[in-house]
Structures are given as C-alpha cells and as structure tokens.
Design a protein around this ligand. Structure first.
Ligand code: TRP
Length: 449
C-alpha cells in the first residue's frame, strides 16, 4: 500500500536556507521513496489570510514554485499544484465549515494568541481578526481531507491544525457517511532528524528575526551572508568549540560525515574564523550552485512554470472532482433527476401510482403516455390507427413479461413484436437514462399485493 503524503507551503515569502534544510530537502527526499504518493502544494489561499500585498503574493508563488522544482522535485512522481487552482478545495471548505464546531476553532492557537493580545491591550477581543484567520484550520482541513492524506509533514506549530482536520473529518464521516468513511484520518509527521538551522545570530533561522541566509542569491550574496555569521572572539590559532558554534551547526547540515569530522578537528586545532567562513561558503556554494542555475532559468520562464502547475492541478482534480461529487451527494446536494429516482425506487407506493394516459392526436391517431407517480414521463407510445390497438399494447406492457428495452444514446425505446412501440425522452446522461430504465422495469413489474 502506498502512503499518501501531503503538505502545503504558504506563499508569503522567498525561501531561505532554513526552509530548504528544514522542509524542502526532506520533502523531496521523502517523495522518492517507493511507497510514497506525495502531494505538495502552494497554499496561496492561506497566504491571503496573512498578506494583503498582491505583488508579494504573486512573487512568492513564483519563487516557491521555482525553488521546489530547481531543488529536484520530480513532477512525474509528485502531484505539485497551487491550492487556488483547485476549486473543489474551497467548496469542500464550506461543507466542512458547516460541520466544524465553532468552539473547536475558538481554541486554535493562532486565533487565541490574537485574542489574548487584544485583551491584554484592552482592545475588543476580536479586533483585527478576520474570518480568514478564524477559519484557517477549516481551509487546512479541506486541503488535507480532499486528498485523503495519511501523513502530513509539518512544523510543531501546525500539529493542532492536523488534529482539527481529524476532528472535522470524523464529524463529517459520522454525520453523512452512513457507515462509510469518506475521509481518512491524517497524522501529523514531525521529522525529528530534520535540521532546524540556526540563523546568522544563532537563533533559529527565520525571516521574522531577519537572520536568514538566502537560498538562491548570487555567490556574492551568499558570501556576504556567511561572512556576517556571528562568532566568538577567539583569535586565529586559538582552539574553537565546535559544539557551541552555530557556524559549525550550519556546516554539518550540508557536509558529509568525513567533511564534518575534518572541520571539527580543524576548529579544535585553531582554524581562524575567517578561514572557517570561507570553508562554509564553499560548501554551500557547491551544494546549491547547480540548483541555483536551474532556479534562475525557471524564474525567467514563468509561462513554463504556469504550464507545469496547471498540469499538476489537472492531475489533482482527477481525484478532487469525483470525490467532491460524492460528498455533495452525501450532504443532499443532488441532481433533481437522481433525487426523484431514488425516492421512487425506495418507495413502493410511488411506483404503484404510475399510470397510463391515452390521448388522441389532431390527425385522429391514438397514443398513450406512461407517467411515473410524480407525473414525469417515462414513455410516449407511437401513433396507433385505432384506440383498440393502443389499449392492447398498453395492456401487454403491463402483463409482467420481460420488457424489450433498447437504449439509444441517452434515451431508450420499448419494443414489442419487432416494433418500437414507445420512446422515452432524452435524459441528461447515461446514468440518468439507466436509472429511468430501471424505474420503468420496476413500474411495469407485477405488483405484489
Ligand atoms: N498552515 C501551513 C503552514 O503555515 C501551510 C498549510 C496549508 C499546510 N495547508 C496545509 C500544511 C495542509 C500541511 C497541510 O505551515
């Protein structure tokens, strides 16, 4: 059995080295496992919750898409798409919103943090809180449940959201599944072994600390960033302590075991910080050089990127569209046509109410209609020269013998003695037509009293 892995990347910024080591690289490695079926997407609807700068959203989507592809994501193996290209996700969000308990969402960390801050400052508790922020976990639940993901690799701050997705999905299953589990229960996947990179100042690398190292900047920018890494003041020749040096932590996130051992030994042996930075720069420049070139080539061909993402969306919608169809059906958003049919096939009384109605055409010929209990026409007979023949034919149709029904397109004809004696209307599709045939057979079957 394959494991379906799904994760989203909010498109509000430009990926840095920390994102690469902490999320992009491990996700790409995971997607190569033989039993992995990975869904990676740009969470651009989530980005709108946090950012109202259209240009920034636009740039970030492009940069993140190019980063993942340049870093080696194989779109033949992985379904890679933009959330906003899948209208089924927003539709599912509403279906889930209607079963999600408000009390559950009140407890979401991000929302609670905003409320706590407001209260602390003597503001209205919901000041500045949009419905987007409040409903964020429902949108995320739709992302996950839409594709029935088993595993959701996320940071610790997102665990609660995955738990809420389970909660909401379970409630939907319970209310509408009638024993069927529409949604698989997802698990948050926290990769302990994945590197959390320190930034220039030693705190976690993060845009909010302004301590990041650019991922695909020029060599020159990379060099400048590396040389601004904060170190202690030990002079060249003095022994350095690798275990208390975030420069060393950065180095080991990209080096082989042998390189790491050598670097450690050299630091202990008094390698100058300037020299150490040069070695880190060379390591990174080497590791990132090729993907950096691919990145810039991709960024310069936005139309190609668009095509790749649209192909990814088409692949995702092959799953999403029929699944959402089932869910709509489950909650009662059904075609009037199938609605009617299902009520009639389950209620014997309605079947009994079906009737033949005969009438005369202007040219003097005789015909009859077979109407279902609700008046829907199932069959219109051919023209008969006299009323007696018309009556005999309608009687024979009710004598309980097997009907000769011949389907033609989305309609059908009923045959007697090598002649089509009645014709159905045209139905919307084959399914509706098949249902009408079933209904006709049931209507004309002998009724047990
Ligand atoms: N909320 C996630 C984050 O900020 C991004 C995200 C959106 C996501 N939808 C998702 C992650 C679905 C995993 C699954 O990191």
């Amino acid at each position: 059995m394959t494991t379906r892995i799904l994760t989203g990347i909010t498109t509000t910024g430009t990926p840095h080295l920390g994102n690469y080591a902490g999320a992009i690289r491990p996700a790409i490695v995971a997607s190569r496992a033989a039993d992995a079926d990975s869904f990676y997407f740009l969470a651009d609807y989530h980005a709108l919750i946090k950012c109202d700068d259209p240009l920034r959203i636009q740039r970030s989507r492009l940069e993140i898409a190019a980063t993942w592809l340049a870093s080696g994501l194989d779109t033949d193996r992985v379904t890679f798409y933009r959330q906003s290209d899948i209208p089924e996700i927003t539709e599912l969000t509403w279906l889930l919103t209607c079963v999600a308990a408000k009390g559950l969402l009140n407890r979401a960390h991000a929302y609670k943090a905003s409320v706590d801050k407001n209260v602390e400052q003597g503001e209205d508790p919901d000041a500045g809180v949009t419905m987007g922020l409040f409903s964020y976990p429902v949108l995320m639940a739709a992302d996950i449940l839409m594709f029935n993901a088993h595993q959701v690799p996320v940071g610790r701050d997102q665990i609660q959201h995955v738990e809420m997705a389970r909660d909401i999905g379970q409630r939907f299953n319970h209310l509408f599944g009638k024993g069927k589990e529409f949604f698989v229960m997802p698990q948050a996947l926290i990769e302990e072994s994945v590197a959390t990179l320190p930034g220039l100042d030693g705190r976690k690398m993060s845009k909010s600390y302004d301590n990041t190292i650019p991922l695909f900047g020029s060599s020159k920018q990379l060099k400048a960033a590396v040389s601004s890494i904060v170190t202690d003041s030990r002079a060249p020749g003095e022994a350095k302590d690798p275990d208390n040096s975030h420069l060393f932590t950065l180095y080991q996130a990209f080096s082989t075991a042998a390189q790491k051992a050598e670097f450690r030994a050299d630091l202990l042996g008094g390698l100058a910080w300037g020299e150490a930075k040069q070695r880190l720069f060379e390591l990174l420049d080497n590791e990132l050089g090729e993907s950096r070139e691919r990145y810039h080539a991709l960024i310069e061909r936005p139309a190609d990127l668009e095509d790749i993402l649209l192909a990814g969306a088409a692949k995702a919608r092959k799953i999403a569209t029929p699944f959402l169809g089932e869910l709509r059906e489950a909650v009662g958003l059904r075609s009037f046509r199938s609605d009617l049919q299902s009520t009639q096939s389950t209620k014997k009384k309605a079947v009994k109410g079906a009737r033949f109605v005969s009438f005369r055409e202007d040219d003097g010929s005789f015909r009859f209609r077979l109407l279902a209990a609700d008046g829907e026409q199932l069959l219109l007979s051919k023209n008969f020269a006299d009323g007696k023949t018309a009556g005999q034919v309608s009687k024979r149709l009710q004598d309980g013998s097997v009907l000769d029904v011949r389907v033609d397109g989305n309609g059908f004809a009923v045959w007697l003695d090598d002649e089509a004696v009645g014709q159905s209307p045209q139905f919307a599709d084959t399914a509706a037509c098949e249902q009408a045939v079933a209904q006709l057979r049931e209507t004309l079957a002998p009724q047990p009293e």
